[in-house]
Design a protein around this ligand. Structure first.
Ligand code: NAD
Length: 332
């Protein structure tokens, strides 16, 4: 059995090697190139392909894979939005993804960034760079004194809740679905308004749907406590960035940690050194001492990358061997 893995980065290589040692009957070849109309020819003679890219998977890619007798694609990431479901169906492809690779990676990063906000580390870093080693006046806040409002208690939100509880913070939560364990602990509030009224920190762990886009808008910020901290390591468009800027200006929001932005594909995962970039909200937010922006990096740990590589290879092997996998994506 032969699998071709496209777009393999340096940090993924050791995990491909490990997986091959665990599955000696499979021959895995790798390329750093992404799967497109030109590189698809490399897949000739293989039984399956493993991929990870934001770049669209064109209809030609599926047509050519079909002509090589390949009818499976295994993603090392979650999103299938860069694939046309009609084309996937037309050529009878089976697609797998890795929906859960390390909830702890994202949860731990969210907590880390909140602590950086509370302890004002960006300000201290800049003072240090200037040679100013005084501690005042950047007085900090303690995590154990916060009421953390967790919106979304799925895989990531639940791990975040455990960590916050470990630090002694009070946790309240809102979700359209109630996890029975958390329900028993009495963590849920009935409405978002209640969470906004009580929380000193609001952290987002929900998916982006049309119904959740701009969930944190002017109206939502107005309902929050003065001096609230905002954490978003979920999806950028959950927050109306202009409304956040206004809330930071008024002092309603004391600080924000953003691992995701509304228009992040313009910026993140590109080397922008020496390049111009028109994104006024980004520059506004990034210039603030009380806003921490990271380039959608919450997921990026050794465990997460290992799982993305190994789970996708195993899913592709399952598709080739059995025609199905527990990681099959259902296209409606
Ligand atoms: P999950 O599906 O396990 O949990 C999502 C939770 O949100 C569910 O419990 C669901 O009931 C709840 N929910 C859905 N709609 C809601 C609404 N309107 N109001 C309240 N709750 C609602 O997902 P997860 O694995 O915990 O991931 C959460 C999000 O984290 C993902 O959707 C993704 O956007 C983001 N994410 C970010 C990174 C990163 O690197 N920054 C990495 C992975 C995932």
């Amino acid at each position: 059995m032969k699998i071709l893995a496209y777009g393999i980065r340096e940090d993924e290589k050791p995990f491909v090697k490990e997986w091959e040692q665990e599955n000696p009957e499979v021959d895995v070849e790798i390329t750093d190139q992404l799967l497109d109309d030109e590189t698809v020819a490399m897949a000739k003679g293989f039984d399956g392909v493993v991929v990870y890219q934001q770049k669209p998977y064109t209809d030609t890619v599926f047509e050519k894979l079909d002509s090589y007798g390949i009818h499976n694609v295994s993603l090392r990431n979650v999103g299938v939005d860069n694939m046309n479901p009609a084309t996937v169906k037309k050529y009878g492809f089976k697609v797998t993804n890795v929906p859960v690779y390390s909830p702890a990676a994202i949860a731990e990063f969210s907590v880390t960034q909140l602590m950086n906000l509370l302890r004002r580390t960006k300000e201290y870093f800049h003072k240090f760079e200037r040679g100013d080693f005084r501690w005042a006046p950047q007085i900090s806040q303690e995590l154990n004194q916060q009421t953390v409002g967790v919106i979304g208690t799925g895989h990531i939100g639940r791990v975040a809740i455990d960590i916050y509880k470990g630090f002694g913070a009070k946790v309240i939560a809102y979700d359209v679905y109630h996890n029975p364990e958390l329900e028993k602990e009495g963590l849920y509030v009935d409405t978002l308004d209640e969470l906004y009224a009580k929380a000193t920190v609001v952290t987002l762990h929900i998916p982006l749907f049309p119904s959740t886009e701009h969930m944190l808008n002017k109206e939502a910020f107005d309902k929050m406590r003065d001096g609230v901290f905002i954490v978003n390591a979920s999806r950028g468009p959950l927050i109306d960035e202009q409304a956040l800027i206004d809330a930071l200006d008024s002092g309603k929001v004391a600080g924000a940690a953003l691992d995701v932005l509304e228009d992040e594909t313009k910026v993140f995962n590109h080397n922008m050194v020496g390049k111009n970039m028109t994104y006024p909200e980004f520059w506004n937010l990034n210039s603030r001492e009380n806003v921490l922006i990271s380039p959608h990096t919450a997921f990026y740990t050794n465990i997460a990358v290992q799982n993305m590589v190994k789970f996708s290879l195993s899913a592709n092997k399952d598709l080739i061997e059995t025609g199905t996998s527990d990681k099959l994506v259902k296209f409606d």
